[in-house]
Design a protein. Structure first.
Length: 94
């Protein structure tokens, strides 16, 4: 399993970014090989994280272009900044 972890910064209470994530969910669900996704916000610090899980390395790699587009669309209404995007291999689960 593989994970893409994206970090965001935003101004305000995060509601605009939350709505952007909500609007992106259907597109994210259509990506081949996706096994799960989490969207996290901390309004106090003005930061957010999205974590998407993928069944294979090929799936995460083939989704990069679409994920970049969905991420940009999700952050646009809030003017949030995409701070970083990294890929990881999931080595342990509980």
């Amino acid at each position: 399993m593989y994970a893409r972890v994206s970090n965001y910064s935003f101004d305000g209470d995060g509601e605009a970014l939350r709505k952007g994530f909500d609007d992106a969910i259907e597109g994210v669900k259509q990506l081949a090989g996706l096994t799960g996704a989490y969207f996290l916000l901390d309004a106090d610090s003005g930061t957010g994280i999205s974590i998407t899980l993928w069944d294979t390395k090929e799936a995460i790699e083939s989704s990069v272009e679409a994920a970049n587009r969905l991420r940009a669309d999700a952050t646009q209404p809030s003017n949030a900044t995409i701070v970083s995007v990294k890929h990881y291999e999931v080595t342990n689960t509980i």
